[in-house]
Design a protein around this ligand. Structure first.
Ligand code: NAP
Length: 209
């Protein structure tokens, strides 16, 4: 925490995701940022209707939300927000951070946590420069990310007032698509997702068709 920062400033991480399903890579990213940026808590915000996932069917929001709840249970630094699953229409990040900013004390510092790949796409999101008015961005780097492209984008965004921090996290190359693929093939997803999430997936039959 910066030395000049008043003690009452809350530092909140916002971990947005489709979480289809949530896996250990997501949890490691959130915990690394919570620890590295001395955050008081991290809000996991499952997208209700992800605006960018048009090429495939996404599991119903209530299942993705239920799995996120199971995954974060037991970590007092993690919470789940239903702000996007409660809101009708496409889940735009700008609407979410604007609402969070309104409902939190003005001195709250918000950090939107996202993968380096997503940062490279951010100029295609709805109203990206308004997002930066409400929060800083933390880009977590995952295996194979394009460091030069991220450097260029960070420079571009900084020129427009966007604060982007980078954090190298332990490399865990798990992806939601790999988890779904394994389930479809009837293979093990143990140690890729929390046990309770794995049990939920097998019990509900998600991703098996
Ligand atoms: P996701 O696939 O569920 O992943 C959530 C985040 O975790 C992503 O930033 C992803 O980074 C990261 N991640 C995944 N696996 C990881 C691993 N093994 N290690 C480290 N990090 C990992 O969610 P998403 O569909 O990318 O969406 C991310 C957020 O961006 C959501 O809140 C979504 O609503 C928002 N978004 C908004 C707009 C818009 O407002 N128009 C458009 C697109 C996305 P990677 O990017 O590197 O996969």
């Amino acid at each position: 925490m910066a030395a000049e920062e008043p003690a009452q400033v809350s530092r909140i991480g916002v971990m947005g995701g489709t979480f289809d399903p949530i896996h250990l890579g997501h949890l490691i990213a959130a915990e690394s940022v919570r620890d590295g940026f001395h955050l008081h808590r991290v809000l996991f915000v499952p997208a209700g209707t992800p605006p960018h996932k048009t090429e495939r069917r996404v599991a119903p929001a209530e299942h993705r939300l239920a799995m996120v709840r199971l995954a974060v249970a037991g970590n007092p630094g993690f919470e789940v927000s239903t702000i996007e699953t409660d809101r009708p229409g496409a889940s735009y990040t700008v609407d979410t951070v604007r609402s969070l900013r309104r409902e939190m004390p003005p001195q709250t510092k918000l950090y939107f946590i996202t993968g380096a790949d997503a940062v490279l796409e951010i100029l295609t999101w709805k109203d990206p420069f308004e997002i930066f008015r409400h929060c800083d961005l933390v880009a977590v780097t995952r295996p194979g990310y394009d460091a030069a492209a991220l450097d260029r984008m960070v420079g571009t965004l900084a020129g427009s007032g966007g604060a982007v921090h980078r954090l190298v996290i332990p490399e865990v190359s798990i992806s939601s698509s790999e988890v779904r693929e394994r389930v479809r093939e009837g293979r093990s997803i143990r140690y890729l997702v929390p046990d309770a999430v794995g049990e939920y997936i097998w019990r509900t039959g998600l991703y098996q068709d």
